[in-house]
Design a protein around this ligand. Sequence first.
Ligand code: ADP
Ligand code: GN1
Ligand code: MG
Length: 364
Amino acid sequence: MIMQDLLSQFAIYGDFEEAGPFGGGHINSTFRSSWRQAGTRLRYLHQRINTQVFRHPEAVMENILRVTSHIAAGLAASGSRDISRQVLSVVAARNGRPFVIDGEGGFWRSYLFIEGAYSREVTETPEEAAFLGAGAGRFQKQLVGLGGPRLHETIPDFHHMERRYQRFREALDKDAFHRAASLGAEIDYMEANAERGAVLIRALRSGKIPERICHNDAKMNNLLLDKKTGEALAIVDLDTVMPGSALFDTGDLIRTVCNRAAEDERELSRVVFEPAYFRALISGYLSESAGFLTEAEKRLIPESGRSFAQIMGLRFLTDYLEGDHYYHIARPEHNLDRCRTQIALMRSMDAQWEEITRLAADAA
Ligand code: ADP
Ligand code: GN1
Ligand code: MG
C-alpha cells in the first residue's frame, strides 16, 4: 500500500496490479510493478537510490537523462525501431521531475521495464560473450559524440587505483573490526600488485589514453540481452555513467564474462579465466569499437581485465576491513569470498598471460 502511494506520484497511468522486489545488485534497491493500461499490461522498474553511495542523486539523474536522450535521439536518427528496448526510458514524476522523494527522504526513480530481455550472472556460451562485447562497444560508440558540459562525477575517483590503495591502507591501519590478522595472504597479494594495477589511471593522467564517457559499472549483468536473438539491447544501471576510460568498461566486462564462476564462489578451483570467452568477447567488442579506440587503448585491453579484477578485489577487501558497510552482504565473510575470487581470477590470468595477450593482439 505504501509502495502504491509512492508509485502514484510517477506519471504512470492505469490500474495498479502489483509490485515486488526485483534483481540482486549490491547497491540500490530495485522493484518491479505491473499495471493495466486500457486493457494492456505494462511493467515498470523502480529503484531507491543508495544515497550513502550516491551523495548527489539529482546529479545522477541529470547524467542519466542526458545520456539516455542522446542515445535515443541517435537511434531515432538512424531509423532504428524498438528504441525503448535499446535504451532506458526514465518515467518522470507527475510534477515533472525525474524522481520522487518519499516520506523518509528516500530518493526514487522509475524506468519503463524492458520486456523480452534477460541478463546473466554467468555467461553460457562464447556467442553470448560476443553479443555482450558488442553491446558494450556500441554503448561507448553512441556516447562518443555527446556534447555539452562534462558529466557530473557521481562518485569521485571511482576507479582511481591509487586512491583505492590509500583507502585500503587506512582501513588496514585502523583495523576497526580486528580482521587484518587473518588476511595475510590477501593483503600480501594486493601489496605485491599495487604498482602494476595503477597502469590505467596513470595512462589516463598522462594523456596516453583519452578520457571518454563510460558506464563505469559495465559488468555483465548490467547488459540486457534479447530473449529471441541473444543480441544486446540496453545497458542498465547507469548511476555511474561519467567521464573515465573506455577500458574501465572493457575491463569490467572481461572480469565478469571470462570467468564462469560466481563473483562470490567459495570453491576457488572453479574460478578460471576462459580464453575462448575472451576471444569472443573481444571480437564482439572491437566490431563496434575498433573505429574510435586508439592503438594505446587497444594495447591495454588485457591489462584492463586484470586491473578490474584487482580493483574489485581490493574494494571488497577494504569493505571487509571496514565492517561491510558498502556492499550488501548475505553472510559474514561475503566480502572476503568476493575478494578471493578476484585474486583467483588474476592468478588464472597470469598463468595464461601469453595466450591472452596474443588473442588480444590478433583480434585488434
Ligand atoms: P543494481 O544497482 O541493483 O545492480 P540494476 O539497475 O542493475 O540494479 O537492476 C537490477 C537488474 O534488473 C539488472 O541486472 C537487470 O537484469 C534488470 N533491469 C534493470 N533495469 C531494467 C529495465 N528497465 N527493464 C528490464 N530489466 C531491468
Ligand atoms: C556494485 O550495483 P552493482 O551490483 O551493479 C558496484 C560496482 C562493482 C560491483 C561488483 C556503485 O555494482 O562498482 O563492480 O558492485 N557499484 C558501485 O559486483 O559501487
Ligand atoms: Mg546492476
